[in-house]
Design a protein around this ligand. Sequence first.
Ligand code: F0G
Length: 455
Amino acid sequence: MKTIIEPFRIKTVEPIRLTTQSERESLIKAAFYNLFALHSDDVLIDLLTDSGTSAMSSAQWAAIMQGDESYAGSPSFDRFEKAVKHLMPFNHIIPTHQGRAAEAILFSLLGGPGKMVPSNTHFDTTRGNIEATGASAHDLIIAEGKDPSLDYPFKGNMDLKQLETFLSEHADSTPCVMTTVTNNAGGGQPVSLENIRATANLAKQYGKPFIIDGCRFAENAYFIQQRESGQENRSIVDIVRDTFSCADGMIMSAKKDAFANIGGWLALNDDELANAARNRLIQTEGFPTYGDLAGRDLDAIAQGLKEIVDEDYLRYRIRTNEYISERLDALGVPVMKPAGGHAVFVDARKWLEHIPPLQYPGQSLAIALYEVGGIRSCEIGTVMFGRAVDGTESPATMDLVRLAMPRRVYTQSHADHIVEVFAELATSKDTLVGYRINEEPVAMRHFTAKFVPLS
Ligand code: F0G
């Protein structure tokens, strides 16, 4: 059989409200051309994020009913901890309400003025949490990872030479080494097990803890199984365990590869650091057996972690993005190659080459996708990364538009609709205009900035 079918059937549905193009043009104008300011019931296909947007399974809903809401010592925590440790063998598992809370706790302990944190690519909240302590975040991705059109199996890999130079020059200022799997900000591209091991070895050589941002660990493991020689006959669970055995800790958003609508954790091996983290947790999130989550959320995560490593699911998941990506490629739309694990990334800088980076081609394309087809996507480019801490502005490495796929939510006809919207835009893209920012906060401006079209 050629079609890789959705390996589930639908028991509960949510209606989508159909809107017209002229309605959407008014709605996005009223939202100051910021897609984050739209109401979700004004969106047809919501590809803003794959975070917290998964459809939970019947087994997860059933697990929710077993949630124990005791303040301390809840069995929900035991089930959560057991499920995490089955995949990620760390000594200490500290639940948080989402990934960025784990980042905030970790960097309140490891960050500080003058500290420098290297990674393949930091996600925006990770960068934000590092910079908020006065430290700086450094992206050391391989050169292949910066070329959207290049087909390369592990475009999320760390540049090991650069990391070695970095560590030799800044050993005293480096509190830890990080790697993000998959590399969200660089196109959802995977990191090979070989690269993870080599990064871990370098960190060890310099006596630095190695921390994995594991948000999309199962997708990364599937890519390793499919693409890395010697890994093809191994189970996803084995690969996941190997991945995390290399690390001294992890931060996690359970809103991605745990099929949960909320949640996260910080995991650490070091007892002293874990104690300090738990003390911070009690101050800011909650008691260590719930960490600002309801017991039922912990049970949803525990069950989700069992489901996410299912190979039939992962095959379908990765195929969805390939399917859209192949069709966009056939239309001449420059897409990031190969397709990412959780999203299709379109190279807006290349497709809308008449719009210079400082006029935000990614934002322009994202707005057009909404106006023409009701699709909500996300700019990952100069709007998100172009403003430095001192307020100066320069083009980001790439101007991408991310079409992030919620897990188990949309079907193949939704995917076909996405492709049809691009086909329509292909005939009118040269008329799209750039934007300027009228109002912005000092950090993470993409969430709340207000835009004005430049014509
Ligand atoms: N790290 C990565 C790689 C992420 O993709 C995210 C979130 C976080 C950390 C933070 O986790 O949202 O639970 O606080 N990414 C979402 C996205 C928001 O749309 O890509 P969080």
